[in-house]
Design a protein around this ligand. Sequence first.
Ligand code: FAD
Length: 569
Amino acid sequence: DGIGRPGVSTAALLLTAASGGGLVAYADSAAESAPEPSHDAPKKKVLVLGTGWAGTSFLKNLDCSQYEVKVISPRNYFAFTPLLPSVTCGTVEPRSIIEPIRRMFEKKSKDVTFYEAECFKIDASKKTVHCRSAVGTNLDGNGDFMLDYDYLVVALGATVNTFNTPGVLEHCHFLKEVEDAQKIRRSVIDCFEKASLPNISEEEKRKTLHFVVIGGGPTGVEFAAELHDFLVEDLVKLYPAIQEFVKITIIQSGEHILNMFDKRIAAFAELKFQRDGIEVATGFRVVKVSDDLITMKSKSVGEEVSVPYGMAVWSAGIGTRPVIMDFMQQIGQTNRRALATNEWLRVRECEGVYAIGDCATVGQRKIMDDISMVFKMADKDNSGTLTLKEINDVLEDICIRYPQVELYMKSMHMLDIADLIKDAIGDSHKESMVVDIEEFKKALSHVDSQVKSAPATAQVASQQGNYLAECFNKMEKCKEQPEGPLRMTGGSGRHFFRPFRYKHLGQFAPLGGEQAAAELPGDWVSMGHSTQWLWYSVYASKQVSWRTRVLVVSDWTRRFIFGRDSSRI
Ligand code: FAD
């Protein structure tokens, strides 16, 4: 409309204005002209909790020479979680997907101190953190110690969520840590050895060799696919007498597995699993697990069914770590799954504390404000109505800015915006049809409630770590020159940095049998054998070091040549 800068859509500009654009001063072009920080002042203390995706990407990108950096984690390594399902069946060895923290930050060892310990309390009022090591270090011999900070970066990840389902903690495996994957591997082999013993009835063999995966998300699906490959490629040759008794079942509460993916991928996966003989029970919620039975309830008819099983893996969602729950209670963020931060990743109402990764949710309360603003601007004649074509254009811009809206639509199997509109207003989608904006916004508000947070993925965690490190690298410079160079004016009520925006780069779902599905930006979907090769190259390139890259690729090669190792060690 004559006001847009070249290459920037009008809607994007409007969105910037709607999100308080006038108040946001960006620092990226400013850094070069800022003076070097004074080296006489004592360095500010940065304490990082956690060495997962978020914590390590923050540390990798942080200019540690500017700060006194301390890192706490009960594990002295980083684990490449996307390859955990491959560890469960021996496709990849556990040591190939982990990198020691001290080796990762060898070059920064002068500025970074690592403590292998667990944080059990954050005291934001005193700016201290209480930790406990497994080794008795202090005079009381209980290994407790306390650290203070100027800036705290909470990157503690999440834990499993059993939704308080009875028996899950006692009888199910989880797939969150490297140890979990190792336990699963042993347990699978145990089941095969047990079913091969003499004097075992057929019924008992069938039960022992019934592997159940609870949760049809990417992790559950990938584990089921790995297990199926392990069975058909390796175990059937080693245990031919019992192969007919083996069964894999996925229990999913939604109508489809992989429901956060494009519906073409979900359909492809379901069809492939059907051909492979993997049973997919959709529309069932597991209500109880005992040592030999899984009880599930049909969501449509409410009927309960119990199935005998030999091994169960629970992969039905993530929950909050107790230390985060305790911290949320202290700062008045109760009844939440994760710490609420503002768009600059600072924990709301908590000076100097930042939260990134699975333990945090970035506040998106501006989504509806932005949407309202864009609608208002699109309604040029102030009639209070727009045609579906105009709404479609507006929403396309919103999806570019908020990938979560697009992800949500995909999870609801709405392939395009027209579907969303149709769903929201329950009417046929003729392009010329006129829609009342207020009515449409009301219908759309259910989207808002669903898309408050970015998904809990490694992609989000590492982008947040990167973003926060960039802010920290510029923070001290910005403070020394509060009037701000160039466009940056600093001072109260103004932000030094542009807000965090998640960029969705696509996602993969390995489906076994050397086939995978991928959803890439631009609504590009790819499935089959060639996608599996794309998966191999992306995951090899994403390894955090050349050492793990070489180990992972050699594990894949070993598996191609010799198959997987079925020893129970
Ligand atoms: P984490 O990586 O879990 O790190 C948390 C850190 O905190 C760890 O170092 C832990 O040791 C430490 N910690 C825990 N408790 C304490 C404590 N009390 N004190 C101090 N430190 C503590 N995402 C993708 O994008 N793509 C995938 O393909 C993918 N596949 C996955 C497969 C599996 C099996 C799993 C489990 C997850 C997968 N994810 C994937 C999700 C991804 O792993 C998470 O989103 C990501 O790990 C989140 O990073 P984080 O740093 O927040 O948490």
